[in-house]
Write a protein of this length. Structure first.
Length: 148
């Protein structure tokens, strides 16, 4: 019961009730799109916490305008390999060995702070986008309710 004695429905129900079917679908789609940067932010945060300092083993191969790939040894002796983000080598620098990395079993970055910077931007996008999306939906809901 509300303080005025009438039973009110929760705000999500009121919001959805006031939206047209197309607007409901757009709201759902927008919230799903906003979940993508949140997922990447959580992944980068996990990597920032769970990763280890490592060094490359053997040579690193970098595509001309693409990512670098290589192998590395983790502190516990396990071997990791895969894409290495954040390396920008010229052709003659690929022959370097022992490049310091921050890595897990299947991923590596040249600089650990890149993970934190990416996660910060991704959390910011989600934190700003969600209230903006809900506010737009609430305004549409109120406009539709006042027209009826």
């Amino acid at each position: 019961m509300s303080r005025y004695g009438m039973r009110s429905s929760p705000w999500p129900a009121e919001l959805l009730r006031g939206l047209r079917p197309l607007h409901r679908a757009l709201l759902l789609l927008s919230l799903c799109v906003l979940a993508v940067p949140l997922w990447f932010a959580a992944r980068n945060t996990y990597r920032f916490v769970d990763g280890h300092r490592a060094t490359t083993e053997g040579y690193v191969h970098c595509e001309w305008a693409g990512p670098c790939h290589g192998a590395w040894r983790l502190p516990d002796g396990r071997r990791g390999s895969g894409e290495i983000s954040g390396l920008g080598f010229a052709a003659d620098e690929e022959l370097l060995t022992g490049i310091p990395l921050f890595a897990g079993r299947t991923w590596a970055v040249a600089d650990r702070s890149d993970l934190l910077i990416s996660a910060s931007w991704q959390y910011t996008i989600t934190a700003l986008g969600t209230p903006l999306t809900l506010r737009t939906a609430r305004n549409n809901s109120r406009n539709n309710a006042s027209r009826q």
